[in-house]
Design a binder for this molecule. Structure first.
Ligand code: NAD
Length: 357
């Protein structure tokens, strides 16, 4: 009787491995002795020991090539949150994730770690020290969040029946797919194409003089290496019978900070002035809502996309910080890099964005 050769536990695939988080994750995995296949619609770098597979994650055959002899898959691909292309989010985050799961099952992958987001419980109103048991947002703030919720909770991923069935299968026959979801919040660090570049662009255009609200709202910003650490801990603790199977985990810096203090520290570190003038939250939110509605109504006639959206206002003007106690207890998670050190490393990594550069 032919025996099936088990893939090596040190062979993994990173879907979305060309992105900001994905690349940091790939680099750390290589450091830790993993052999890595990257699967992404684009290739943004080269690294010895890493094989690149270019393709769309909705294409199962292409995924299967990247998953050959792989026992562990990280899925951290997603369209950028700023897009308002609903169909794209549904296709990539929901249908694509379903395809990833099918491919994992066909390829004999044992573990799947999904990068979800803490925003799956955020509705644009305050969340203070939120735990993983908070209900999913009933009114998600955008298509990104709406599809991240479905990606995580639907039968395709953490749905109980799906998970328990597969966990039992794994126990009985030594095969089956174990799943866990990591929910980071506000990832920052070197090479991030979003947070710092957008902040500096706004500062250069004179748009960073204002603070939305009274400036006391507290949020989580999480240094990218800590997010990577959480992913690897989860992957290495994911075993049949482990309490982490089928569960989501918040990964934060465990140092909630005032949103506007964080922004000011990054701006001042790069030579720009910190925001100073306060604008009432309700007025700014109302204006953003009006603009968004206008864009929606006028869409058949003129295409304009406001960058100043209700979602951005809510993110900048409310409390939203999360507890990572469950990750500490179950994963042995502890942030490796403090917020202060993370900000210093980030600022240093963007010399071309300094004032006057
Ligand atoms: P990113 O845009 O830098 O990386 C995403 C990668 O996915 C890109 O390389 C992109 O090419 C790839 N991708 C997109 N569509 C694809 C498709 N159809 N097929 C294959 N690859 C595709 O984003 P990031 O900031 O590194 O985010 C990584 C993950 O972390 C995402 O799942 C995101 O939802 C989650 N997340 C990010 C943050 C944050 O603050 N950046 C916070 C919480 C959660």
């Amino acid at each position: 009787m032919a025996t099936r050769v088990r893939p090596s536990s040190k062979r993994c695939a990173v879907i979305g491995g060309s992105g900001f988080l994905g690349r940091h994750l790939v680099e750390k995995l290589v450091d830790r002795g993993y052999t890595v296949s990257v699967f992404d619609i684009r290739q943004s770098y080269e690294l010895p020991g890493v094989t690149f597979h270019q393709g769309d994650l909705c294409d199962k055959q292409a995924l299967l090539l990247a998953m050959k002899d792989v026992s562990l898959v990280f899925h951290c691909a997603s369209p950028a949150p700023a897009s308002d292309d609903r169909r794209l989010f549904e296709r990539v985050n929901i249908e694509g994730t379903r395809t990833v799961i099918q491919a994992c099952n066909e390829a004999g992958v044992q573990k799947l770690v999904l990068t979800s987001s803490a925003s799956v419980v955020f509705e644009g109103t305050d969340v203070k020290n939120g735990g993983e048991d908070l209900p999913y947002a009933k009114k998600p703030i955008d298509y990104y969040t709406q599809t991240k919720i479905q990606q995580e909770k639907s039968r395709t991923f953490l749905g109980l029946s799906f998970v328990s069935q597969l966990v039992l299968e794994a126990f009985d026959e030594g095969k089956g797919l174990l799943t866990v979801a990591i929910r980071p919040h506000g990832i920052f660090g070197p090479r991030d194409p979003q947070l710092v570049p957008i902040l500096v662009d706004s500062a250069r255009k004179g748009k960073m003089r204002f603070i939305i609200g009274d400036g006391t709202n507290v949020v989580d910003f999480t240094y990218v290496e800590n997010v990577v650490h959480g992913h690897i801990l989860a992957a290495e603790r994911l075993r049949p019978g482990s309490p982490i199977c089928g569960k989501p985990y918040h990964i934060t810096n465990d140092e909630p900070v005032r949103f506007w203090d964080f922004m000011s520290e990054v701006l001042v570190g790069l030579g720009y002035a910190a925001p100073r003038y306060h604008l009432p939250y309700a007025v700014v939110y109302g204006l953003a809502l009006l603009l968004w509605l206008l864009a929606l109504i006028l869409r058949p006639l003129v295409s304009f996309k406001p960058t100043f959206t209700p979602m951005r206002v809510a993110l900048a003007g409310t409390h939203h910080y999360y507890s990572c106690e469950r990750a500490k207890r179950d994963l042995g998670y502890k942030p490796l890099v403090s917020l202060k050190e993370g900000i210093a490393r980030t600022v240093q990594s963007y010399p071309h964005l300094r004032r006057g550069a």
